[in-house]
Write a protein that binds this ligand. Structure first.
Ligand code: SAH
Ligand code: SF4
Ligand code: F3S
Length: 475
């Protein structure tokens, strides 16, 4: 039976939500007899799950299709068919244009239609299909749950999408167009998925949404009331086996009092917060339509740090937004110094078709953007190094995820999301173990187990052991 299964190769670009979606597409096609493979050469169906956020990301799709065409031709020589699908945000944004530009593509499917993959695939056997409507039904109501096999391969951490789309319309951003309006999944469906994950051995869940803290899902009373992110996290923290909860990406305007309090009151909620600000200049923030000022952002972080002093802050920045002057950029550098981020991402502004900023005057020349990006990245790196160095000598819990850099090592994550390499036996994979940090690199930590420990050491070994048993039990 297994030998005759068709093979599916999915390549994922972009954000964590695409990683999550790729998993759901694999689940949706498992029912059609597809099994996922890491080798494109044996794939009967190749799906590119694409990202449209910056020009470079979008252009990758076409170079990738070129490569797959070569694989398809080579397979055809030995009588094998290969179908090519383009999913994700480029599919949504470009639709028909993809098939025009790359006729080798059989199927284009936007993120809201993944539950229709089986029927679209059947249609695509006759002619190319393009599906970029926003359907009235909710794809999550129709997508099958993940199988135990796929969950086990994912290890002890998992993503769980709770909210999709965005109503904020920052002037630089394509997300409101590619992912549509903000929609929150109901609490009951999320809890059910989380229990399923916990039963398969998952210890840490990262809740995903383009505006995850704008979450307001229908409660289990039939949707009479809605629950915010803090309430959802509280409910998730009661699930046996879920020992760590994270969420991303948040918008500063949706950081309410309950969510701030959750960082004080819910031990499973990890002390790490990705809270993008994009710019430190009030003028640029206004032009970006971010709808808050820099001092409000700084005050917000002070309030969060007041309840959770050790919280590690992360952010996103865009340099060279249209009209950004040296003084505006200096404001961004100043904000980065004041916030002291544990880490952050920074990007050169990329004009995106159809967004208001792309039509603005005063586009910043490439060499200026390049220079600003280098300066900002150097400052962020410096902050990250200092944050990592400050961990040396501390004892912290690490959730071991996979083999580490060297044989005999495992790598896991600290509460602050730093990768930590430790000499540890394979049997500790999936467990949370106390380790002492011995040294720090720019991007990761090195640590040793405390007390020479046995396999049963760790903060919650009883619970993780039962999780492990459950993990074996899932097919
Ligand atoms: N919802 C999140 C961001 C999602 S997009 C938020 O509001 O913060 C991820 C990041 O990509 C953004 O935070 C931004 O820094 C970057 N980005 C988005 N559009 C961009 C563009 N046109 N050019 C450069 N970077 C961009
Ligand atoms: Fe894009 Fe702004 Fe929405 Fe974030 S909040 S996804 S940056 S439009
Ligand atoms: Fe990219 Fe779409 Fe995510 S544009 S960043 S894959 S929401």
């Amino acid at each position: 039976m297994t030998a005759s299964r068709k093979k599916l190769f999915v390549k994922t670009f972009g954000c964590q939500m695409n990683v999550y979606d790729s998993g759901r597409m694999i689940d949706a096609l498992a029912g059609e007899g597809f099994e996922s493979t890491d080798s494109i050469d044996e794939a009967d169906l190749v799906i590119l799950n694409t990202c449209h956020i910056r020009e470079k990301a979008a252009e990758k799709v076409y170079s990738e299709i070129g490569r797959i065409r070569a694989v398809k031709e080579a397979r055809a020589q030995s009588g094998k068919d290969t179908m090519i699908g383009v999913a994700g945000c480029v599919a949504q944004a470009e639709g028909e244009e993809i098939v025009r530009r790359a006729p080798v593509v059989d199927m284009v499917v936007g993120p809201q239609s993944y539950h229709r993959l089986p029927e679209l695939l059947a249609q695509a056997r006759d002619r190319a299909v393009v599906e970029t409507e926003f359907p009235v039904e909710d794809k999550f109501d129709h997508l099958p749950a993940a199988t135990g096999t796929r969950l086990r391969m994912g290890g002890p951490t998992a993503f769980l999408t709770i909210q999709e789309g965005c109503d904020k319309f920052c002037t630089f951003c394509v997300v409101p167009y590619t992912r549509g309006a903000e929609v929150s999944r109901p609490v009951g469906a999320i809890l059910e998925e989380a229990r399923h994950l916990a039963g398969a051995g998952v210890r840490e869940i990262t809740l995903l949404g383009q505006n995850v803290n704008a979450y307001h899902g229908a409660d289990r009373d039939g949707g009479l009331r809605t629950v915010g992110l803090a309430g959802l996290i509280e409910a998730l923290s009661r699930i046996d086996g879920i020992e760590r909860i994270r969420y991303t990406t948040s918008h500063p305007r949706d950081m309410d009092d309950d969510l701030i309090a959750a960082h004080r009151d819910i031990p499973q909620l990890m002390p790490y917060l990705h809270l993008p600000v994009q710019s430190g200049s009030d003028r640029i923030l206004a032009a970006m339509n971010r709808k808050h000022r820099r001092d409000e952002y700084i005050a917000l972080i002070e309030r969060i740090r007041a309840v959770r002093p050790d919280i590690a802050m992360s952010g996103d920045f865009i340099v060279g937004f249209p009209g950004e002057t040296d003084a505006d950029f200096a404001d961004t550098m100043d904000l980065v110094r004041r916030v002291a981020y544990a880490q952050a991402y920074s990007f050169k502004y990329s004009p995106r078709p159809g967004t208001p900023a792309a039509a603005m005057d005063d586009q910043v020349p490439e060499p200026v953007m390049k220079e600003r990006l280098a300066a900002l990245q150097a400052l962020i790196d410096q902050g990250q190094k200092a944050f990592n160095a400050a961990m040396v000598g501390r004892t912290i819990p690490v959730l071991f995820e996979k083999p580490g850099r060297k044989p005999g090592q495992l790598v896991g994550r600290s509460p602050y999301l730093q990768p930590v390499n430790v000499d540890a036996p394979e049997s500790l994979r999936g467990q949370i173990v106390e380790v002492r940090v011995t040294s720090a690199g720019p991007n990761s930590l090195f640590a040793e187990r405390v007390g020479g420990g046995t396999q049963s050491e760790g903060t919650d070994s009883g619970r993780t052991d039962s999780g492990r048993a459950a993990m074996e039990a899932v097919s």
